[in-house]
Design a protein around this ligand. Sequence first.
Ligand code: SIN
Length: 486
Amino acid sequence: MSKVELRTPELFRERCFVGGNWLDAGSHETLTVDNPATGEVIGRVPNFDGQDTAQAIAQAEQAFRTWRATTATERSNVLWRWHQLLEEHVDDLAAIITLEQGKPLAEAKGEVQYASAFIKWFAEEARRSYGETIPATKPNQHIIVTRQPVGVCAAITPWNFPAAMITRKAGAALAAGCTIVIKPAEATPFTALALAYLAQQAGIPSGVINVITGAPEEIGAVLTASPTVRKLSFTGSTAVGRKLMAQCAQNIQKLSLELGGNAPFIVFDDADLDRAVQGLMASKFRNTGQTCVCANRVLVQSSVHDAFVEKLTEAMKTLTLGNGFHEDVNQSALINYAAVEKVVRHYNDAIGQGAQRVAGVAPDGSNGSYVAPVLITGVTPPMQMCQEETFGPLVGIMRFETEEEAIRIANDTPYGLAAYFYSRDVHRVWRVADALESGMVGINDGALSNPAAPFGGVKASGLGREGSRHGMQEYQELKYLCMGGE
Ligand code: SIN
């Protein structure tokens, strides 16, 4: 491991975790993992193939037989211990995140806390897995509804939140009584393996959590073709989600998909502009613009446009780009050069169609994986940056005149994950909140992620919800018991 000293070096693992054992690939092939900030190789992980994956599924199946029979209290206690271990190792886990993902260390610590909050939430939720009784329709009959674990689950997780997107799925699955095979993103496997190590230390039984690394297509094909795997949860692009959904059709596997977004961020003329700027900074520049819920299209009502742009320009002076390990840095390298090229393409397309740069540096791809924050105005809906997620620190401002126009532009996208708006008019707040086509709406708030709330989207942004009580129910089947009587 390159240039990071961990207090608990055992957290850095270069083997997969299957059935309680740390394993190499059957082929002994490995994949290298780079630090996006420096390009240096951090380490190697096994390149699991289909056969290795099938073995992990078999281990999860075996563990399910006993895990499903544990009490909610037992599951809660062991999850609680896992949560505590994350808290105890926050500094090391954050260092691993920054090393492989790039995000600034303070943000990485925030992510570890966010990740551990999901485990805590589901440790508590495990105890509240209530069923239902329904008034009978015949004399002496009883109608009872219970909840049962779905079975063996699979999770395919992204690189932008290497810890939280795992605990949001695994916490819910384990609380419900399911076992899980996790395939983390190729760019960020070490956080996942560190979480698996802590799960083992917490006393989570062998086979309940399995973490496998390798080529996504082959592993994904085996996970979706297996009749043993009863549910797949995926966070990533809509294109890959669509493909996995088609693959899951063969065995009618349950699915949760948290896919791409194209979040509108609307500032109305009655908004508190300082709060709106603060909210946009929090939303847009979290993880250097690499989140699915990042503000992607900023719409500002004409009469407050100039004042908003001025305040935003000022606020953006607090952004410092650099290696995530350096103090004071709050914007880091993007995950890879392809991510840089996308920002450059969006910027050039917008400028080519008449947008103007008002702050920051024009991105040209000349600084490796680094892109400085940049603000442009005069953005219009047909521009590429309004059609696709930019996933980088480029902010484009669009002017609008009326509430109807803002809603029409905001909804004019196949996506519907998060949306944000700022207004102090209570009637407008209800109208706009109702009209926006998205699974989550931040109203006078740019940071809506929270373990207690249902996270997920509508339209091409996905299916199902994560976090909250709904998140655990995604890993359960309802069973209706009809008891007849004399
Ligand atoms: C994501 O970007 O996929 C998740 C962001 C969050 O949980 O806040």
